[in-house]
Write a new protein. Sequence first.
Length: 95
Amino acid sequence: MNSFITDIGPLVYQGLKSRGVKNPNAYDYMMRQLAMESGYGGTRYRNSHNYGGVMSKGKLKQFESDQQFVDYYLNLMNNKYRDAVSAKDLRQYAE
């Protein structure tokens, strides 16, 4: 668990910052989602650098590095779920 946080955490933090995400809760939301999806970076996911269970053509998508995965994931979340990422809480998102 600790290696997942220390390996992926800074990449997610810097990725959000570089994308201009100002929601102070976005980092926690993203890290919780990735921890849940990957079982805190379990071996199955670590080998593919795919901590979000991203599928391609029915198979777990392979990424060359943790950075490549984080960039893919944050772009997906920021583009497809922008309102959820930028909302300060569930109430604001629902409105």
